[in-house]
Design a protein around this ligand. Sequence first.
Ligand SMILES: Nc1nc2c(c(=O)[nH]1)N[C@H]1C(S)=C(S)[C@@H](COP(=O)(O)O)O[C@H]1N2
Ligand SMILES: [Mo]
Length: 159
Amino acid sequence: MSDILLRVDGEVEAPLELTFEHFAEFPDAEQVADISRFHPKRQGDGVTLESVLQRVRPTDQATYLTLHATADDFAASIPLEAIRGEGIVVYQLQGQPLPVSNGGPIRFLIKNPAACHTDELDDCANVKFVDRIELTSGKGRDTRPENDEDHEELHRGQD
Ligand SMILES: Nc1nc2c(c(=O)[nH]1)N[C@H]1C(S)=C(S)[C@@H](COP(=O)(O)O)O[C@H]1N2
Ligand SMILES: [Mo]
């Protein structure tokens, strides 16, 4: 049995726990090869967020999608309808689990994010080290910095 990398739960009909092998076995139509097509400085392959949502089936109450990273206690909560067609769950680089240096083992990515701190679907919601996606009724936990000063401070540690 290999490690569970991602739990998907909350306002869903069928909560799910996913390993690297589960992601690798998603059909081709659900795979997103080479994220550098969307983000030139980022690398790896993923599956569409939609393909994960289809498996868990969000309830009618689910209005937000909350991304949790236990590793550094980071979270972002974004409106479900807005993110549905835009999200990618990145899980591998050259056939291996996505390295921590790339935000792995699981990294969330928005295809066309707004600049940091300008929208709910901004670059800051491209959560690294995601280990839980929680569907919520209303906005969930969100630790994204709310002002420029805090945001700069966060970036100083990671860029
Ligand atoms: N787990 C986690 N994810 C995170 C962050 C963080 O501090 N922790 N920072 C966010 C912010 S503010 C930005 S702008 C992007 C930066 O992504 P990059 O490191 O690939 O440039 O990651 C986002 N994801
Ligand atoms: Mo950011």
